[in-house]
Design a protein. Structure first.
Length: 122
């Protein structure tokens, strides 16, 4: 834990790059339909989590968010039967995309980021 007198550790360019990839890997949904948004961040996190606490933190956060979004998407899909899902699904999709971009920018800047409405699985 960092105290008041300790300077923050500088995050290397490589660490920031891998952390950014962990978030942007969710766009893998367009490559591997259905599960790409989970598989790509999972693989990146598993490969690089031992190398850096910064990458580990961002990888877990990205994976938790993608798992949460999957659950929310399934709920919205069920709500299609009562018409509410037709409004919620596009809102969820826009939120998903914007949140990924914001997280990637924060990671690239070397800052921590916590996705809103995320269930912490890891």
């Amino acid at each position: 834990m960092q105290t008041f007198f300790e300077p923050a550790r500088e995050v290397s360019k490589e660490e920031r790059l891998w952390a950014t990839f962990c978030h942007l890997g969710a766009l893998g949904v367009f490559i591997i339909l259905g599960i790409g948004h989970i598989i790509v961040p999972l693989v990146l996190w598993l490969i690089k989590r031992e190398d850096s606490a910064f990458i580990n933190e961002h990888g877990k956060e990205a994976l938790n968010f993608q798992l949460s979004i999957t659950i929310y998407g399934l709920v919205c899909a069920l709500l299609l039967f009562v018409v509410v899902g037709f409004f919620l699904l596009p809102v969820l999709a826009v939120f998903w995309f914007v949140a990924i971009i914001v997280a990637a920018i924060k990671a690239n800047d070397g800052k921590s980021f916590r996705y809103p409405i995320t269930i912490r699985f890891l």
